[in-house]
Design a protein around this ligand. Structure first.
Ligand code: ZN
Length: 245
């Protein structure tokens, strides 16, 4: 595992959640020359379809498509994500290894309890990672901000990211999860996530968020602190159909 310092570190409760919730944004960051890594908190071993080995291969392929510098797995237990001190220290170490400026985490209000737990564990550990007296193998580091992405719940985002240019890349990354998402040729039992409707819902969600900003596709993020805009005029250009430039 070649973990290196990155601008953004995305935490994914299961392999595929970060891809699903913020894959378009991650690909957009990479295309702008920013670096990102992905940390899967579990191996997804409780999933109805696929095996941890298949899912690890799929997750590596998806990370490559999105342009991640690395993807690592902490193995904190699918279907009962551990959030005790030992688990928290694993996340602290992941933050200190990658030294990101921004951390992405699932919304604590998300539907799957592992997502909800991750939505509390990750920001708390990201903050603790900055404590000089919390000694681990690595020096302290506190990210500037934790931003939340949603995979299920509908919330009004604090801000949007236009992912029109990278939505196809996100879909290609999600298609790499052949064992999880819709595949008419799969002989495995159909689940909520593998249904055709689920995949269509991903696009519908991105289109609905895009409508707010009058762009084709967008991803939404929730932040505890409002972002500082260098140019509030530029930030809303085109919302009501005016020219974007
Ligand atoms: Zn999940």
């Amino acid at each position: 595992m070649n973990v290196e310092p990155v601008d953004v570190l995305a935490f994914s409760p299961h392999p595929d959640d970060a891809d699903l919730g913020c894959g378009g944004t991650l690909a957009a960051l990479a295309s702008r020359g920013l670096s990102f890594g992905i940390v899967d908190l579990t191996r997804g071993e409780m999933a109805t379809r696929g095996t941890p080995e298949i899912r690890a291969r799929e997750a590596r392929e998806a990370a490559r498509i999105l342009g991640a510098r690395f993807r690592e797995t902490l193995d904190l237990g699918d279907g009962g994500l551990r959030t005790d001190r030992a688990a928290e220290l694993r996340v602290v170490e992941a933050v200190r290894r990658a030294r990101p400026r921004v951390v992405l985490a699932p919304l604590p209000a998300d539907r799957h309890p592992d997502h909800a737990r991750a939505g509390r564990l990750v920001p708390e550990a990201a903050w603790y990672a900055g404590l000089a007296k919390l000694e681990t193998e690595l020096p302290p580091h506190r990210p500037d901000q934790v931003l939340y992405y949603a995979t299920y719940v509908l919330v009004m985002p604090t801000f949007l990211v236009d992912v029109s240019a990278t939505f196809a890349t996100k879909v290609a990354a999600l298609r790499a999860y052949r064992s999880q998402f819709h595949d008419p040729k799969s002989g495995e039992p159909e689940t909520y996530v593998s249904s055709k409707g689920f995949f269509e819902g991903i696009e519908a969600r991105a289109r609905a968020l895009g409508r707010i900003a009058n762009v084709e596709y967008a991803e939404g993020f929730v932040s505890n602190a409002p972002p500082t805009l260098a140019d509030p005029v530029a930030a809303f250009l085109g919302y009501e159909g005016g020219k974007r430039t």
